[in-house]
Design a protein around this ligand. Sequence first.
Ligand SMILES: O=P(O)(O)OC[C@H](O)CO
Ligand SMILES: [Mg+2]
Length: 244
Amino acid sequence: MANEGNNDTRKGSISHVIFDMDGLLLDTEKFYTEVQEIILARYNKTFDWSLKAKMMGKKAIEAARVFVEETGISDSLTAEDFLVEREEMLQKMFPTSDLMPGASRLIHHLHESGIPICVATGTHTRHFDLKTQRHSELFSLMHHIVRGDDPEVKQGKPSPDIFLAAANRFEGGPVDPQRILVFEDAPSGVLAAKNAGMSVIMVPDERLDSSYHEVADQVLSSLLDFNPADWGLPPFENASTKLV
Ligand SMILES: O=P(O)(O)OC[C@H](O)CO
Ligand SMILES: [Mg+2]
């Protein structure tokens, strides 16, 4: 799976990188899927990837509204009550979050190469802390982290707010969006990056409909497949680090 970029002229001008978190650096989207399946089963309904595609990457309350409205259960369960109900299950799951393949290798490589990196995640601070508690060393390599409850993030993805806030906070910022490469897994996140005027590599779950790939500049099956040299970034020095 690999789309060729449609903005080749930008590929040599990337100086900064922004990472999404859920489903991109951390294998956390599966937790949301699991609790939503459990809740919908009570209403004799099933959760599928067409609904997942519309929820992922968004702020919690925005995703919750999509969930109760699209499934037709909003008369029985409000978006606010849905969030309360899933909270207890998620709080037990988040501290077990694993890294996605290739995340550690890529973050260490860019950091050691002097490329400024940061995170822009729709998740709010309380959940962020639970998800990252086993990965504090890796996240300490980020220049900064923008979360969904940041006051500068008025609207969640696909609004560009979060990526523009992230661009503003780099040293010497704001950084020109044309010099920024974003890594995302969610359709809303890919759109947010494009709305911010940035280049975006999508690393989607294989169950996501491929029509969502079209907006991205490049699509990869895994972060392990990323070749920094394709974007004018410092190459990996040796293959021995490839699977770390
Ligand atoms: O994908 P992220 O990191 O923006 O997180 C968004 C939600 O928390 C999960 O879809
Ligand atoms: Mg994501």
